[in-house]
Design a protein. Structure first.
Length: 273
């Protein structure tokens, strides 16, 4: 079994777990499902006095409830280590509001569950008020290391800014989204490029210090739950739980609490096929 322990020896949500020796999972009722997640990304996943909270946590708790006795064990892991950790067997599931991309699907299997887009965050009252991607040309932009954000900004810089005769974007990368927001506050970057729901959470936390300047949605994407390639048992456990939540309306209800969209069948087909 890959990182699965019986409920009787389950000691703590954040307990350290050794690397597994098997590339295959054997998830069954009454066992702990180890979940790798960067718990610094509210409202999706974060720690509140050591307790996992957020939309992704709520969804996984519901999947576990539907399963019967499955126990989610959240392992706080920095973003750049999530896919390597899943592939090596450190955890059974990667659940960290990860955008679905072809590059990621070449390494792991992904199960879509929400739709989101990008927002831009600046200092409150700043004279610089970027509204769309072209407003980033020649500016210093902060983004989270190892995310799709960086690749998107690089594409904007090359394909739009430089191709249009504008200056390239200077990208500064940070380990977490909160660190990127702190860089905005410290004037280390002019704007933060991040998930729209995350930027709304930052604005709610710092209403007198930051503001969302973007006025239109861009780069709409789907986020997915990751499992190791070939791990059909875990894939079926997650996907069947999500399907039950869709049928009952629980998935839409939880997402709506945070102003997040449920993807349509057309959205899923476009990304996954």
């Amino acid at each position: 079994m890959s990182f699965l322990v019986t409920a009787g020896v389950f000691m703590s949500l954040m307990a350290y777990q050794p690397y597994a020796t098997s590339a295959q999972s054997d998830v069954a009722a009454g066992q702990v499902l180890n979940i790798g997640s960067d718990m610094t990304f509210p409202p999706y996943e974060y720690l509140d006095n050591g307790t996992p909270k957020g939309v992704d946590v709520q969804i996984m708790e519901k999947i576990a409830e539907l399963n019967g006795t499955l126990k989610p064990n959240w392992i706080d892991t920095r973003w750049v280590n999530l896919i390597p950790g899943l592939k090596s067997g450190k955890f059974d599931v990667l659940y960290s509001s990860m955008y679905i991309t072809k590059e990621r699907m070449a390494q792991i299997d992904m199960i879509p569950y929400l739709k989101t887009d990008i927002s831009l965050l600046v200092l409150k009252g700043s004279q610089y008020q970027p509204k769309d991607p072209m407003d980033l040309c020649g500016r210093t932009v902060g983004a989270m290391k190892g995310t799709a954000f960086v690749a998107q900004i690089q594409s904007i810089s090359k394909d739009r800014c430089e191709a249009g005769g504008e200056k390239p974007i200077l990208i500064r990368e940070f380990e977490t989204s909160p660190q990127t927001t702190q860089a905005v506050l410290a004037h280390a970057v002019e704007v933060q490029y991040d998930d729209a729901a995350v930027m709304k959470a930052a604005l709610k936390s710092l209403p007198k210090r930051v503001e969302i300047s973007s006025t239109e949605s861009f780069f709409p994407v789907l986020s997915g739950i990751g499992v190791r390639k070939g791990d059909k048992k875990t894939h079926d456990l997650i996907s069947s739980g999500l399907e039950k939540m869709k049928q009952s309306g629980d998935l839409k209800r939880i997402l709506n609490e945070y102003g997040i969209q449920e993807p349509s069948p057309e959205d899923i087909s476009r990304v996954m096929n």
